[in-house]
Design a protein around this ligand. Sequence first.
Ligand code: SAH
Ligand code: DHB
Ligand code: MG
Length: 228
Amino acid sequence: MSDPAGGNPAVWNDVDDYLSALLAPEDEALTAALRDAGEAGLPPIGVSATAGKLLRLLAETQGARNILEIGTLAGYSTIWLARALPADGRLVTLEYEERHAAIARRNLARAGLDRIVEVRVGPALESLPKLADEHPPPFDLVFIDADKANNAHYVEWALRLTSAGSLIVVDNVVRGGRVTDADGDAPDVRGTRAALELIATHPRLSGTALQTVGVKGHDGFALARVLA
Ligand code: SAH
Ligand code: DHB
Ligand code: MG
């Protein structure tokens, strides 16, 4: 999120531009995904390139074969994550909006990832129990990036769908500092704070969170390792 005065300090953008050009360059599939999302009027709220590369590296470090994403938008983070998978890997991504899912499917097909990525449409709290009923193999990485009000529920579902050694990543946990608003009633902040408290206290989780600044403003990620 941008600072309340409007816009990012130029240095955040300059550093992000430098780092992403050097370390997380976007190929044709990623730039086309952003272009088509913009032309369709989708909001530019996907992860940055450097964050996308971080997701890919985390999935590779996990040796991930199965990835779950909650919140697809146009499939930009999905492409970064799916590129960590082997040819017989699988990524399931959950999206509420049929319109977003349709654009994501096209972007994933253009990236050559449609055989390993499945976009499921509906409210994630309905898709998750259906997914659990299929008894999929444990997901090695879960990326939570949908409606923030449900973040604690998503961490709970992630716990059911993972096993020891899995990694849970939650996006947007800082939101320009709003996360420290302990007494407010904003549903997104309450949901994120509940997720962070669950990570802090759950016996099967060990986690932390990091602030980030860059082209997406001042925000952050939580990371939690499933212990047992
Ligand atoms: N992960 C994407 C960005 C996701 S933006 C990226 O980094 O590229 C958040 C997405 O979550 C939006 O597309 C929104 O439609 C979706 N969403 C919101 N509420 C949801 C819900 N209840 N279930 C599933 N998806 C939801
Ligand atoms: C916004 C950013 C995100 O990464 C997201 O998942 C949802 C919303 C935003 O900037 O509004
Ligand atoms: Mg996000």
